[in-house]
Design a protein around this ligand. Structure first.
Ligand SMILES: [Fe+2]
Length: 343
């Protein structure tokens, strides 16, 4: 994407994030990655009269795995202090799950993560409608005490919801201390530490992230008191188990966030060769009517598990109930106030 077009979509983003004259913004990158993002955001911010600079960390060697929560900022408390003094941080590294991100948010700096390919950012711009619907979904989730998920493939799992807050993601952020991720469009929370029980059958066409692949044969998870106790199936199950075992951390078997997708611009089918623009899979996390569960850390929600072993698994065709009231039925949102037309 050329700088002019990239600047235009960043301008839309910063307006949706309430950026105004005199605000202090920092764009964070590392190594030679996403330097064009910094250029585009800085050009956009200047047009809104923001005071901006670009903080660039040294490159880090690739680890081969998606180890969440470990960032180059950890060794640089001075840099963290500078980011705490900003009104808004545009994170082009992916700081999520790190203690540094939590400290920066706690200081009142709002954070927008932008790491996905520019063509995806352009196709999934934040809108007022998505924000409004996601916020309504978040309120419904926050009131609920129990979430139950079922599917025709045999999923039947219950999350008790007495502990953790609800998090909304609608791809822009205009409130102090609030984090969001562009692109997105979903809501999630976490079950009580010992309050998730049942079975989840990940079915063909469901998606493994960070593997960025469609499941071909069912993977059956057994969950007892908040922990995965068994993963069974064919090749896909073996891939998941082998990936998790490589972290050598039993806390990877914890149950992480859970919720549903609400973005009518996100496509389920786009993660195929020739179409997939690369990136970390925010489109499949967001597609309208998906139900996403995940395993691993819950520190993002305030919980004790900070394992770096994290999988997100968006599923099609599920039904989701809050206190026995249907929200998603067979992969379609059935609550009138949450419905949007798919594009
Ligand atoms: Fe996740």
């Amino acid at each position: 994407m050329d700088l002019f077009s990239f600047t235009e979509i960043c301008l839309h983003q910063l307006k949706m994030s309430g950026v105004h004259e005199g605000e202090k913004l920092v764009v964070l990158t590392q190594g030679s990655e996403r330097l064009d993002y910094a250029d585009a955001f800085m050009a956009a911010g200047q047009r809104l009269g923001a005071r901006m600079y670009h903080m660039r960390l040294p490159a880090v060697p690739p680890t081969g795995a998606w180890a969440v929560g470990q960032t180059g900022l950890a060794a640089m408390p001075d840099a963290v202090d500078a980011l705490k003094k900003a009104d808004m941080l545009i994170d082009c590294i992916f700081l999520l799950f790190s203690p540094e991100q939590m400290a920066i948010q706690a200081a009142g700096t709002r954070i927008l993560t932008a790491v996905e390919p520019p063509e995806l950012l352009a196709r999934m711009l934040p809108t007022r409608e998505i924000r409004e619907k996601v916020e309504i979904g978040g309120e419904m989730m926050a009131r609920a005490k129990v979430m139950r998920i079922t599917s025709p493939h045999g999923t039947d799992v219950t999350y008790k919801l007495n502990t953790y807050p609800t998090i909304t993601e609608y791809a822009c952020t205009d409130e102090p201390g609030r984090w969001d991720h562009w692109p997105s469009g979903f809501v999630f929370t976490g079950g009580d530490d010992d309050g998730v029980d049942g079975q989840i059958v990940v079915a063909p066409g469901d998606i493994l992230l960070p593997q960025n692949m469609y499941v071909r044969d069912p993977i059956t998870y057994t969950i007892e008191k908040g922990w995965v106790t068994d993963i069974r199936g064919g090749l896909d199950a073996e891939l998941v188990k082998s990936y998790m075992a490589a972290f050598n951390d039993p806390r990877g078997m914890g149950m992480s966030h859970v919720g549903w997708g609400m973005n009518p611009h996100a496509k389920w089918h786009g993660m195929v060769p020739g179409e997939f623009p690369g990136g970390m899979g925010m489109e499949p996390r967001s597609f309208y009517g998906n139900v996403m569960f995940s395993t691993g850390p819950n520190n993002e929600l305030g919980g004790p598990n900070d394992t770096p072993c994290h999988l997100d698994i968006p599923m099609r065709g599920c039904s989701l109930f809050l206190d026995d009231e249907p929200v998603v039925i067979d992969g379609d949102i059935v609550v009138k106030e949450l419905q949007m037309e798919r594009h």
